[in-house]
Design a protein around this ligand. Structure first.
Ligand code: NI
Length: 136
């Protein structure tokens, strides 16, 4: 790992990509250095999530499910109890008559987070599951 200070490097990109990038980051109020740092961190998080199983991560699982499916809410709670060593907290929002939004904060081994996501996804009545993890 590098020490303090900054490292500078040159990058070659197609001009139209750079134009779009500059216009986008200007709207966000970022300069190139800050935007590239953010993009690099996101890339590393994404890479770790997809290809690494050893590391530790933190983040959220956002789930939309049908609360009219019999037994689903109890099953979701049972699974969170099983994975209590990585589940930090959960928030439940009643979206409409039928749909609930569940946000589960997780922190722990990547492999365990992956297993939790797989187990939740396999339940009948789960409509969407999105993961947002960062490397810690
Ligand atoms: Ni609800």
């Amino acid at each position: 790992m590098a020490g303090k200070g900054v490292s500078r490097f040159g990058v070659s990109v197609p001009p139209e990509l750079l134009t779009e990038f500059d216009e986008t980051i200007a709207r966000m109020g970022y300069d190139r250095s800050k935007a590239i740092q953010l993009a690099m961190r996101n890339f590393l998080s994404e890479y770790m999530w997809k290809y690494e199983e050893e590391g530790v991560a933190a983040g959220t699982m956002t789930i939309i499910y049908d609360h009219e499916v019999k037994g689903l809410e109890e099953s979701l709670t049972d699974t969170q109890h099983l994975y209590r060593n990585i589940v930090s907290s959960a928030m439940h929002i009643h979206l409409d008559e039928q749909n609930c939004l569940l946000v589960i904060a997780v922190k722990g081994k990547v492999k365990a987070i992956q297993n939790l996501a797989k187990e939740l996804m396999s339940k009948r009545g789960i409509k969407q599951l999105k993961l947002a993890t960062v490397i810690s």
